[in-house]
Design a protein around this ligand. Structure first.
Ligand code: ATP
Ligand code: MG
Length: 212
C-alpha cells in the first residue's frame, strides 16, 4: 500500500519515528490496537509496524494458529488506520522470531528510522530473559504500556540489565483487561468476541472457525 505521508518522514535529516509492535496476535484484539495508538500519539510516531511472530520463543507450549490466519487478522484489524502497517519480516523467515533479529532486519529496510519497540508491561517483565536484550536496546527504545494485574519493578529488572532504566518511555493508555488467551477460551466456550476484537476480525474468526 502506498503511504505518501511516510515520504516526508524520510527526508534527509528528518528520521522516521517508527514503532514496532510484535506479538503472536492470536487473535489481534482491541488491547493491541489501543496500545499502538496510544504509543503513536505519546511518542509522535510516523508509522506503527505490526509484526506477527512466526514461532514465539517463549510460547512454545501451545501451537499458534497458522501464520497466514494471524497475518490476515492483523491486516483486517489495521486496514482503516493509515498510521498502521503490517510487516511480514518474522513470518517470512525460518526459525523463532527473536526481536533482536527482527529489529536488525527492519533497520535494513528503514535505515533512517529511529525505533521504538512497543510492549505491554507483562512482556517487559520477561524482557531481560529475551535473546540478547542488550542488542535490542542498542537498536530501539522501549515504549511500555501498562497492563491490568501486572506490576513492574524496573529497578529490579535493571539489576541484570543496567541499560534498561534509561531505555523506557512509559505510555499512558486505558487499562484493557483483554488477552488473546482469554479470547481463545471464550470462543472455545461459545462466548462472543464482539467488541473485544474489531468487527472484521470477529467475522474472520467465525468464518474460519479458528478457536472453536
Ligand atoms: P496471549 O494471551 O496469547 O499471550 P496477548 O493478548 O498477551 O496474547 P500477545 O500477542 O502476546 O497478546 O501480545 C503482543 C504484545 O501486546 C505484548 O507486548 C503484550 O504485552 C501486549 N498486549 C497484549 N494485550 C495487551 C493489553 N490488553 N494491554 C496492554 N498490552 C497488551
Ligand atoms: Mg501475551
Amino acid at each position: 500500500m502506498t503511504r505518501p505521508f511516510i515520504i516526508s518522514g524520510e527526508l534527509p535529516g528528518i528520521p522516521l519515528r517508527l514503532g514496532v509492535v510484535g506479538g503472536s496476535f492470536d487473535p489481534i484484539h482491541i488491547g493491541h490496537l489501543i496500545m499502538a495508538s496510544a504509543a503513536r500519539e505519546a511518542l509522535n510516531l510516523d508509522l506503527l509496524l505490526f509484526v506477527p511472530t512466526a514461532i514465539q520463543p517463549l510460547k512454545q507450549d501451545r501451537p499458534a494458529s497458522a501464520p497466514e490466519h494471524r497475518v490476515a487478522m492483523v491486516e483486517l484489524a489495521i486496514e482503516e488506520n493509515p498510521y498502521f502497517s503490517l510487516s511480514r519480516v518474522d513470518v517470512d523467515r525460518p526459525g523463532p522470531s527473536y526481536t533482536v533479529d527482527t529489529l536488525s532486519l527492519l533497520r535494513q529496510e528503514y535505515p533512517q528510522a529511529a525505533f521504538w519497540f512497543i510492549l505491554g508491561a507483562d512482556a517487559l517483565h520477561s524482557f531481560p530473559r529475551w535473546r540478547d536484550p542488550e542488542g535490542i536496546l542498542a537498536q530501539a527504545r522501549l515504549a511500555i504500556v501498562r497492563r491490568p494485574g501486572v506490576a513492574v519493578d524496573v529497578t529490579a529488572l535493571s539489576q541484570s540489565l543496567p541499560q534498561l532504566q534509561d531505555a523506557i518511555d512509559w505510555v499512558d493508555a486505558p487499562l484493557i483487561d483483554i488477552s488473546s488467551t482469554d479470547l481463545r477460551r471464550r470462543a472455545a466456550e461459545g462466548l462472543s468476541l464482539k467488541y473485544r476484537v474489531s468487527d472484521p476480525v470477529h467475522e474472520y474468526i467465525d468464518a474460519n472457525k479458528l478457536y472453536t
